[in-house]
Design a protein around this ligand. Structure first.
Ligand SMILES: *[C@@H]1O[C@H](CO)[C@@H](O)[C@H](O)[C@H]1NC(C)=O
Ligand SMILES: *[C@@H]1O[C@H](CO)[C@@H](O)[C@H](O)[C@H]1NC(C)=O
Ligand SMILES: *[C@@H]1O[C@H](CO)[C@@H](O)[C@H](O)[C@H]1NC(C)=O
Ligand SMILES: *[C@@H]1O[C@H](CO)[C@@H](O)[C@H](O)[C@H]1NC(C)=O
Ligand SMILES: *[C@@H]1O[C@H](CO)[C@@H](O)[C@H](O)[C@H]1NC(C)=O
Ligand SMILES: *[C@@H]1O[C@H](CO)[C@@H](O)[C@H](O)[C@H]1NC(C)=O
Ligand SMILES: *[C@@H]1O[C@H](CO)[C@@H](O)[C@H](O)[C@H]1NC(C)=O
Ligand SMILES: *[C@@H]1O[C@H](CO)[C@@H](O)[C@H](O)[C@H]1NC(C)=O
Ligand SMILES: *[C@@H]1O[C@H](CO)[C@@H](O)[C@H](O)[C@H]1NC(C)=O
Ligand SMILES: *[C@@H]1O[C@H](CO)[C@@H](O)[C@H](O)[C@H]1NC(C)=O
Ligand SMILES: *[C@@H]1O[C@H](CO)[C@@H](O)[C@H](O)[C@H]1NC(C)=O
Ligand SMILES: *[C@@H]1O[C@H](CO)[C@@H](O)[C@H](O)[C@H]1NC(C)=O
Length: 793
């Protein structure tokens, strides 16, 4: 209490200090800042950093005229001009161009706009008005397209971070962009599409401390002089699968702390001088082609005692784990997965008490799971899956209460599903699939596991599935569950009971599952009609898979307005009647598989069109109808009539199967616009006329077209008579403006780079993705790029 007055005094001095010291900010700076602020919305989703907050919302002239004291703003202490602006992670959302008043802040030296959402704006070329800039950070902010040349015109720009956007560096290319910035210190371009070699002059940029080029489509040979730069601490070249290179003899004054070469084609030996990298904390040589990666020659690992992260996965290492690892007591992440290590899990690993990630799955480890694993109290990820471990799951694992990920799949583990799993209250994924576990499965065993979102127990000998209480996700695939389908609790979000022998009808009580995101009942013996109330799921449901059952009747009105459903698979049932036109409302739909049913409709022309082509007034929300569809399967039904040319509108379509129906008429030439098509099947219909020869339609196998007596032209042997007119010309004319407008609306969807596997991947765990691939066949990954953001995994 005695000190209280003194503390008040101190506070008083501190808070009244700056105004005496620093001139007030200039009015034109505060106006420019406010106009900049007002050109954006504040949207929570625009920033991914959990500590993000809207810095600009405290900027108010009426309360405080001095912009120098505004959050994120810094002024020069002599002139009072704004010299630094840090609006990273500030929920900013909106477009930006060269007219922005940001560029009136001509004295700006540091600008950080990272982790906002600039709505796929191009980086404005007016950047060159900020000629004093020395620090520019636009990472993870939804900028798009070619990086303008003007960005490098302040040739004194030692800090440049453009990573994690949808940017391209082609013209100017990397070389011309940075050639003149010879004082470069930190260059972060991860996930910028560079698609060229790395310029060798970078080996002369002796100030470089950090070079991040993760996932840049680099090729050619990496200039290995760069490894010898005396100040380089961080080098990240991972995920450039065409980048060649080799490691030089390192020099003893090297500053390396982080060296990431995962998924490149670095080859050659690891030089013995690597043991001089005393500062190294992170090393990732996973999935590259370095030789000399045999356990006995990994002695140098033991000398790098600062290491916290080691990635050596997928390198065909065999033999026993090198014991030199036992010296690395600071290790937190150890990833040796996908090699051929054998023997028991070695006890010297007990030295690594700081481990939070132990990833040694997909090897040949034998013996039992050691009970001493309990000492790893910081462990969050434990992957021992895909080995040859046997015995019981030791109850000591119940002490690993930090675990979020436990994968023991595909071993030979026996016994009951252990009760101590109740202790793992942080667990999110639990994969015990494909062992020899046996017991009655009580879902309430997992009652306390509030964070669990994937529970994989398939491929065991579980006999009965009894669930009595709350649970967000339930998955019990590939078991021997029989009898009626049990109804999960109303709060269930994912329900996956595929590949069992459940029979009977779906109870109307399913309609109570108002939070359902994923419903997978495929490959069972279920019968009856789908309850009409399925429309209730419209806002939550993402995935509906009812394939391979014995359902009949018509399909419910699935997509009322606002539907978010991405995938509907009702194939291999006995559904009949017409397709509800309501499906055209499934704006987010990417997979529609209705094959092998008894639908007997005229081919629904609305599948590829917009409900309203008139575009009057405000944009109808139906604008995106089925534009996102990637897979459409209507095969083996009784569809008749013509293939509508409007299918050519679904530009992202990758798989189109219309085989075994009664379709007639010609193949509309508009389908040649579907340049992403990888699967195209129209066999066994009554189609006539020429196969369109533009683009790839003529490059599919004969089998795609066979069983249509009237079809001609490549790849069929039958030549077309020259008198056959091209089809589709009778279709309605499209005004140019309509088409352009339409293109504009497609761009954002395209740019966000979400191809189907990835979108599905966001809510499917990887192992579910396998199932997706199996169901729809292997697909090649397109050249589109996935945005990466450190906070958006
Ligand atoms: C920004 O600068 C432009 C010209 O350089 C000027 O016309 C405009 O008024 C300025 N805006 C503000 C808010 O200062
Ligand atoms: C984002 O960009 C689109 C297309 O350029 C535009 O229509 C939309 O209004 C922009 N949104 C915001 C919030 O600026
Ligand atoms: C630049 O953005 C402003 C509003 O942010 C907009 O009014 C203007 O039309 C845009 N200019 C160009 C050339 O896109
Ligand atoms: C850019 O900003 C992001 C987010 O604030 C930060 O993580 C990153 O380190 C910054 N880049 C540089 C080069 O400072
Ligand atoms: C980069 O662009 C410059 C100027 O256009 C050109 O001379 C150079 O060959 C290009 N370099 C690469 C690697 O493409
Ligand atoms: C680099 O600097 C030289 C000399 O100052 C200049 O002629 C050249 O145009 C600059 N190149 C780039 C790409 O800015
Ligand atoms: C590096 O700098 C030296 C000396 O200035 C010069 O001779 C050499 O050509 C430069 N190397 C590259 C790759 O630019
Ligand atoms: C680093 O060491 C090498 C030889 O080991 C030497 O040639 C070089 O000058 C040293 N660099 C610095 C910056 O000390
Ligand atoms: C385990 O760590 C101790 C020191 O903490 C060390 O003396 C011992 O050699 C290490 N064991 C192995 C196998 O490296
Ligand atoms: C479960 O955790 C409690 C403390 O949280 C601990 O006392 C108990 O031993 C654990 N059970 C098992 C089987 O590890
Ligand atoms: C479930 O739905 C039925 C009828 O569909 C209703 O009577 C019942 O109250 C609902 N139960 C819950 C828990 O919402
Ligand atoms: C869809 O295709 C039809 C027929 O080819 C055409 O009339 C219509 O304008 C197209 N819609 C859009 C938005 O392009």
């Amino acid at each position: 209490m005695d000190f209280l007055p003194l503390r008040h005094l101190l506070l008083l001095i501190i808070t009244s200090f700056p105004p005496f010291l620093q001139p007030l900010c200039h009015d034109d700076d505060s106006i420019a800042l406010l106009e900049f602020k007002n050109s954006f919305n504040i949207a929570k989703f625009a920033s991914a950093n959990p500590f993000a907050y809207p810095k600009v919302s405290s900027w108010r002239l009426e309360e405080n005229r001095d912009c120098c004291s505004w959050d994120g703003v810094e002024c020069d202490t002599d002139t009072g001009r704004v010299v630094a602006l840090d609006l990273s992670s500030s929920f900013l959302r909106g477009s930006m161009n060269s007219t922005s008043t940001l560029f009136n802040l001509s004295q700006l030296q540091r600008l950080n706009l990272a982790d906002n959402n600039f709505n796929f704006s191009q980086i404005p070329s007016a950047m060159n008005h900020l000629s004093r800039l020395t620090y520019l950070n636009l990472s993870a902010s939804y900028f798009y397209c070619q990086v303008p040349f003007e960005i490098s015109q302040p040739s004194n720009l030692p800090f440049l971070d453009l990573s994690c956007n949808d940017l391209v560096l082609k013209s100017p290319n990397l070389s011309s962009l940075v050639r003149n910035i010879s004082n470069l210190k930190e260059l972060h371009l991860s996930y910028v599409d560079i698609s060229s070699g790395v310029p060798s002059f970078l080996a002369n940029f002796s100030s470089l401390t950090s070079l991040l080029l993760d996932g840049c489509s680099l090729h050619g040979e990496f200039p290995n002089g760069i490894f010898l730069l005396p100040n380089l601490q961080v080098l990240d070249l991972q995920t450039n699968p065409h980048l060649m290179g080799y490691l030089p003899e390192f020099q003893s004054n090297s500053s390396f702390e982080v060296l990431l070469l995962h998924n490149t084609i670095f080859s050659g030996k690891i030089p013995s001088s690597i043991e001089t990298l005393h500062f190294l904390v992170q090393l990732d040589f996973g999935a590259c082609r370095l030789s000399g990666l045999v356990p006995s020659s990994l002695v140098w690992l033991g000398t790098l005692t600062q290491l916290t992260d080691i990635g050596l996965y997928s390198n065909n290492l065999h033999g026993h784990i090198p014991s030199s690892l036992g010296k690395l007591t600071r290790l937190t992440d150890l990833n040796l997965a996908a090699n051929n290590f054998k023997g028991q899990i070695p006890s010297f690993l007990q030295n690594l008490t700081q481990l939070s990630v132990l990833w040694i799955g997909d090897n040949q480890f034998t013996g039992e799971i050691p009970s001493w694993l309990e000492i790893f109290t910081l462990l969050t990820h434990l992957n021992l899956g895909m080995n040859k471990l046997h015995g019981l799951i030791p109850s000591s694992l119940g002490r690993l209460t930090s675990l979020t990920y436990l994968d023991l799949q595909m071993n030979n583990l026996k016994g009951q599903i252990p009760c101590f799993l109740r202790n793992l209250t942080n667990i999110e994924l639990l994969n015990l699939c494909c062992n020899e576990l046996s017991s009655t499965l009580y879902f309430d065993m997992f009652l306390g596991l509030k964070k669990l979102d994937s529970l994989l127990l398939g491929g065991n000998k579980l006999s009965k599935c009894v669930q009595t209480s709350k649970m967000n996700a339930a998955a019990s695939r590939y078991n021997r569950l029989e009898g009626q389908l049990s109804i999960p609790p109303p709060s269930t979000e994912e329900y996956q009971i595929s590949n069992n022998k459940l029979s009977g009808e779906i109870s109307p009580f399913f309609c109570n599952l108002s939070s359902l995101r994923l419903l997978d009942l495929s490959n069972n013996l279920l019968t009856g009609k789908l309850p009409q109330c399925f429309e209730n799921f419209r806002n939550t449901l993402r995935v509906l898979n009812m394939s391979n059952n014995q359902f009949h009747g018509s399909i419910p009105q699935m997509c009322a307005n606002g539907s978010n459903v991405r995938m509907i698979d009702l194939s291999h049932n006995q559904f009949q009647g017409r397709l509800p036109q309501m499906l055209a409302n499934c704006m987010m739909l990417q997979v529609l598989n209705l094959g092998n049913n008894r639908f007997s409709d005229v081919f629904p022309s609305w599948l590829g069109t917009l409900l309203n082509l008139r575009f009057e007034g405000s944009i109808p929300h139906s604008i995106g109808i089925l534009q996102r569809l990637h897979v459409l399967n209507l095969s083996n039904n009784i569809f008749n009539g013509k293939i509508p040319s409007s299918l050519g509108n679904i530009t992202e379509l990758e798989s189109l199967d219309l085989s075994n129906n009664k379709l007639s008429g010609q193949i509309p030439p508009q389908l040649a616009q579907l340049t992403f098509l990888e699967v195209f099947e129209v066999s066994h219909n009554h189609l006539t006329g020429p196969i369109p020869q533009m683009n790839q339609l003529s490059t599919f196998d004969v089998g795609s077209y066979e069983g249509n007596l009237g079809l001609c032209g490549n790849p069929l042997p039958r030549k077309c008579e020259s008198s056959v007119p091209p089809s589709g010309l009778e279709e309605e004319q499209v005004s140019k403006s309509t088409l352009e407008f339409h293109w504009m609306t497609v761009v954002p969807g395209y740019v966000s780079g979400l191809v189907i596997g990835m979108v599905i991947g966001q809510f499917f765990a990887p192992q579910k993705h396998d199932w997706f691939v199996k169901t729809f066949g292997q697909r090649k990954q397109k050249g589109r790029r996935r945005k990466r953001n450190p906070w958006r995994n």
